[in-house]
Write a protein that binds this ligand. Structure first.
Ligand code: S3P
Length: 195
């Protein structure tokens, strides 16, 4: 499936996700990928380039819960975090004019995969495992990698999820040797959208 400017007429929306709410034709882009794939940084650039609002599922969850991702994991557990992710996506299906960056585990629930497609074309950002691991470990805030052997955990999560990312995405983009700006440009090129 190809997208072009006609199906993605840019609407003026404010920086606040709440004001991007629109009932009707959407106009969104959805980024999925493993921790460290650059979804948030690339998503921000995409939003600027396309004059859309940037929304991040993790930030929405933190705002809803009034606590950090680490705290949600430690106090409520991962299953509760996954339910929170679904709730955010359910709300976002009505939004228009957003670039959505998602948490790395968003593709684990089938319901989420369906919701993602309702929000917009889904782009999988990936990179070579060594590069991904190095990027993922730059932040010490990721509860799933705060373990004794993060490389082992990383490998097993990646193995468990790779096929899900692949099948959940309409477009695949390798960001291994690209900076965020170049990755954003590559995505727009693949979607046939103006750079
Ligand atoms: C997670 C990835 C994180 C965050 C949470 C769980 C995952 O987001 O949602 O820590 O399951 O891979 P990023 O992919 O933005 O790091």
């Amino acid at each position: 499936m190809k997208w072009n400017m006609n199906s993605f007429q840019t609407r003026k929306v404010s920086a606040q996700a709440t004001s991007a709410r629109f009932f009707g034709v959407h106009n969104n882009l959805v980024l999925i990928g493993f921790m460290g794939s650059g979804k948030s940084s690339v998503g921000r650039r995409l939003a600027t380039k396309q004059r859309k609002s940037f929304v991040d599922t993790d930030a929405e969850i933190v705002a809803d819960a009034g606590m950090s991702i680490q705290k949600i994991f430690s106090q409520e557990g991962e299953p509760s975090f996954r339910i929170r992710e679904t709730k955010v996506l359910q709300r976002l299906v009505d939004y228009e004019g957003i670039v959505l960056a998602t948490g790395g585990g968003i593709i684990l629930r089938e319901e989420n995969r369906n919701l993602l497609h309702r929000i917009g074309p889904v782009i999988w950002l990936y990179a070579k495992p060594d590069i991904l691991f190095e990027r993922a470990m730059r932040s010490r805030k990721r509860p799933l990698l705060l373990v004794e052997n993060p490389r082992e955990r990383f490998e097993s999560l990646l193995a468990e999820r790779e096929a899900l990312y692949r099948k959940s995405a309409d477009v695949h983009v390798d960001s291994s040797y690209l900076d965020h700006e170049e990755t954003a440009a590559k995505i727009l090129e693949k979607l046939n959208l103006e750079i």
